[in-house]
Write a protein that binds this ligand. Sequence first.
Ligand code: HPA
Ligand code: ZN
Length: 326
Amino acid sequence: TELHDLIRRLPKAELHLHLEGSLEPEMMFALAQRNNIDIPYVSVEAIRAAYDFSNLQDFLDLYYVGMNVLQTEADFYDLTMAYLERSHADTVRHVEVFFDPQGHTERGIAFATVINGITRALEHGEAKFGITSRLILCFLRHLSEEAAFDTLAEATPFLSKIDGVGLDSSELGHPPSNFQRVFGAAAKLGLKRVAHAGEEGPPEYVHEALDLLHIDRLDHGNRSLEDAALVDRLVAEEMTLTVCPLSNLRLCVVNDLKDHPLKRMLDLGLRATVNADDPAYFGGYVNDNFIRTADAVGLTETDVITLAKNSFLGSFLPQAEIDRHL
Ligand code: HPA
Ligand code: ZN
């Protein structure tokens, strides 16, 4: 359809993408062989079949197993480059990607191996495809704030390559307030701050992310809609929400894509964006997220253009670069 064509050719930015979640089953298999790593799957088909989740933790359990195949700088390079190639095909012009260093350093991979592989690909991706980027280091919230401080210390020699910090992994029981001090330290280092909040967690976690972590952007934020005063505040503050519809469907945050609140968010005046989250696990990259959600909830051409514009407005690009993209 015309709307699908518009989606496919509109320039867009992607603001919520876990690089480790772009590890496709084919690459997982290839890297397992290359590195002689055991994985609990007999085939690519068996991997895909295992991706039948009923909540966030179900997914995370497989996500942390999958990343075991990532061992060398070349692996992180290949992972990141494959994502940039897919993004280029989706007319993505700018990406702000997450990585989970603790998922790697915990199993003995050096921080430098991870970040050097990723940033070399981001540089080559810009040269090859013209895709600009920012890199966001996420703290795993199921681990302690002390562990997050250790990770921030490990990141310090690489600060020129890191633009912000984020907070991800198991949300329930791990409120933003647990990470107030390490986010304060990150702010002092000049880093931007984002956090996953209101994906499975209550609106109170979104309040904490705003008031205690002083976030520049809200990842997911779906459950903010349960709190009318919070919605008003997010609108007034022009807070960007990085919404991930196919992720929400596969993790049962919504039971049907028709029930997805994306259109409601736009109608409320929230600065919502569309993102893939973990495309290898949730069945689609950014254009798939746009197209399937547009069909399910009835997005208009105006909605789609607004969402694409919001992705640049919500980015950490300098204003002149944002203006160039609008
Ligand atoms: N939520 C929380 N943690 C994550 C996600 C997510 O969607 N993807 C990767 N880590
Ligand atoms: Zn996420």
